[in-house]
Design a protein around this ligand. Structure first.
Ligand SMILES: NC(=O)c1ccc[n+]([C@@H]2O[C@H](COP(=O)([O-])OP(=O)(O)OC[C@H]3O[C@@H](n4cnc5c(N)ncnc54)[C@H](O)[C@@H]3O)[C@@H](O)[C@H]2O)c1
Length: 302
């Protein structure tokens, strides 16, 4: 029996819930949002889809008591309007710090013992706030971090060479935000380092890195929010947990070395973050990672 709660039913939380239902990944789904009308509306809309799909689930509404025996919580609360208006994910910092304190406290009171996956922005700062407020072990609270940015990098490199994003491996690391960076020394296409293609003049990695960083705001400029790609990333993490896949992926995980949650590769399985694997970076990439740590820590303390 798989039970998942989604807290925050805006564009992102609703899309996560929809994918979970359509993939049949959940037996019980708990929907929580301040906006009760929205929860009731989504409940009815999901329920009306069940006559036309193979999957169904028992759906519970706005009850933190339901978290006691839940396996996973996905947090997607926030106010995307604040980010869309300013083009800055830190616009949601004061809003979501407050939300994280409230939600984290309620999670603690519920007796939840599962794994929390945070999406809410600024992702690395908010996952830290949720861990503090919930008191949960750090390996069981983590964020989507640069998993989405890594998917964007795979798409951008794949597009450039006319290949599938799956043929690209490697990581975007650091903050899920402006100080993130594509760690090009880790990136390969069909097993060959992309730095080799750059040396041959076949790709401009600096330009591509900027494009990857800006892609979120290109989507926001067109539709006011992003939803499908981030929801797909969150669901992939849910699958890694439920299937105990020991999947190596970048996520916002707690790095002891820096005492900070930040986008970094980790092995994810049934216990959450099972292992953090040090990746070999160039001196320039290490400096970029440390710059991201500095940015996140300043906001942690703000
Ligand atoms: N990490 C990522 O890669 C990534 C990608 C996209 C969006 N996001 C973030 O995800 C969050 C959600 O995005 P969205 O587009 O769905 O936003 P949205 O504004 O459409 O929805 C947010 C929802 O959260 C609810 N909410 C606010 N405070 C709450 C609380 N304390 N308890 C319960 N519900 C609460 C609101 O009522 C609203 O329904 C934002 O912070 C956004 O920046 C992160």
């Amino acid at each position: 029996m798989h039970k998942i709660a989604v807290i925050g039913l805006g564009h992102v939380g609703t899309t996560v819930a929809h994918i979970l239902l359509m993939k049949g990944l959940v037996d019980e789904l708990v929907l929580i949002d301040h906006n009760e009308k929205k929860v009731d509306a989504e409940y009815l809309d999901f329920s009306d889809s069940f006559a036309r799909t193979e999957s169904s689930a028992v759906i519970k509404r706005n009850d933190y008591g339901e978290l006691a025996d839940a396996d996973i919580i996905v947090t997607a609360f926030g106010d995307i309007g604040a980010t869309a208006r300013t083009g800055d994910r830190f616009a949601e910092l004061p809003i979501n710090k407050k939300n994280a304190a409230e939600v984290g406290k309620k999670i603690k009171e519920s007796g939840f013992k599962g794994i929390l996956v945070n999406i809410s922005n600024p992702c690395d700062v908010i996952v830290n706030e949720l861990q503090k407020a919930s008191g949960m072990p750090r390996n069981r609270v983590f964020g989507t971090g640069t998993f989405l940015d890594t998917a964007r990098m795979q798409r951008a490199v794949g597009d450039h060479f006319g290949e599938a994003p799956q043929n690209v491996s490697g990581f975007v690391l650091g903050e899920h935000g402006n100080s993130q960076f594509s760690a090009w020394s880790t990136v390969t296409l069909d097993g060959e380092p992309v730095t080799k293609f750059a040396e041959e003049g076949k790709i401009d990695l600096d330009k591509l890195d900027g494009d990857i960083r800006d892609s979120a705001f290109k989507v926001v400029a067109g539709k006011g929010y992003t939803s499908f790609a981030i929801a797909t990333c969150a669901v992939r993490i849910v699958e890694a947990i439920f299937n105990n896949k020991h999947e190596f992926m970048p996520a916002s995980v707690y790095l002891e070395k820096y005492a900070c949650y930040i986008g970094y590769p980790a092995v994810i399985g049934k216990d959450g973050v099972e292992k953090i694997k040090p990746v070999k970076l160039t001196a320039e990439e290490t400096a970029k990672l440390e710059n991201s740590v500095k940015t996140i820590k300043e906001k942690n303390e703000a």
